[in-house]
Write a protein that binds this ligand. Sequence first.
Ligand SMILES: CC(C)(COP(=O)(O)OP(=O)(O)OC[C@H]1O[C@@H](n2cnc3c(N)ncnc32)[C@H](O)[C@@H]1OP(=O)(O)O)[C@@H](O)C(=O)NCCC(=O)NCCS
Length: 380
Amino acid sequence: LTVRPLGVDDLQAVSRLNQLSFGYTSDRPLTDPTGMHGIHGSDGALVAAAHIRSYEQLWGGRRVPMGGICGVVVDPHARRHGIATTLLRGLLSVLRAAGQPISVLYPTGVGVYRPVGWEVVGSLEDTRIPTADLVPRRAGTGVAVRAAVAADLDAIAGIYAGLGSSGLLMRDGVEFPGGARAVLDHDVATVAVTDDGTPVGFSSYARGSGYRASELRIWNCHATTAPAMAALLQSLSSWSTVAPTVLWRGPTDELALHLSRAVPPPVDRQPWMLRVVDAPAAIAARGFAQGVSVEASFALADPHVPEHVGPWTLRVGGGVGTLQRCKAGSLPQLSIAGLALLYAGAADTGALVRTGHLDREVAGLDEAFAGQPPRICDYF
Ligand SMILES: CC(C)(COP(=O)(O)OP(=O)(O)OC[C@H]1O[C@@H](n2cnc3c(N)ncnc32)[C@H](O)[C@@H]1OP(=O)(O)O)[C@@H](O)C(=O)NCCC(=O)NCCS
């Protein structure tokens, strides 16, 4: 079974497999096979397909090329014969050749991806919050809100990118052709501006429908200063008379620090998985905390990428890192999923030892990858 890039002749079969597998109907034909890969059976029929999207994801303040995998489907009559595994293994070579050293996906079932080295490192959350509870603890003094306009788009893109949180998808490039302009497509798009007119925050949301029982769908609410966030929240809370709740997209830990009332738990939590596809390139591409200086050696285990297997030394200093071959010895063994967990700051070495991803502690690894848990605000 060979994994091949798909072409326009395959699109009808991809569409059929997708609609069958994911349970939707669509009259809109697929037109662009870019990023699609699949496996054909001996009779030439398509038996499996997947789509690699070209993203950049922020890690340690730097943009890392990331292959986002979606639309993984296997023909119902070919399932449970290892075809998805073959397809995913094939995609690893495709990603490496494309210069995408990491890969992310939203799994319907983690059991399909774990055996090939993807591991859960975070989740995309949606949280239902009473609109009246969005009144901020402190007023947004020195900041006003107004409608966002086209002239604000560069500033909006800058505020989003400047959030600096690891895990965020950069909203530009081929997968976000509209860039920040998409914000203006929402029913309401707001900017918070300082007295001199400088945008320091933005929000955008769908109004929902109905007179008294609507729900605002918050797609964005981001600010670079506390008064700007307070002003945006004050503006959102003004909807409480007609929209008693909001459905908030993304993490709420920082939001909670602005509010008097506790934020409820998420109503939906979609896990996402990370795979380190080309370890030296993944380390070189990301940023590390300034002031951290680490040298740590380990042997990497990866059943699917032979180039990874064996001894490596990680060196971190001056905000950057390298992973270079070193002499074999009796080094601690780290699994490739363990490296994904470290990379994402989703587990420390103690947790890796306890879960069998590392056979003994390695000094320096926790320091190297310490940081905030990753956050993501976009589904694909
Ligand atoms: C999920 C799907 C792609 C799996 O394809 P497949 O060819 O049957 O998978 P494989 O035979 O290669 O199995 C790979 C691993 O996944 C596991 N797996 C397969 N189907 C699974 C399921 N439905 N739930 C949990 N684990 C599953 C297998 O146990 C196997 O693990 P193992 O190697 O440790 O035994 C296929 O069932 C499908 O198309 N489902 C509908 C669409 C879908 O859910 N796609 C995934 C989108 S994220």
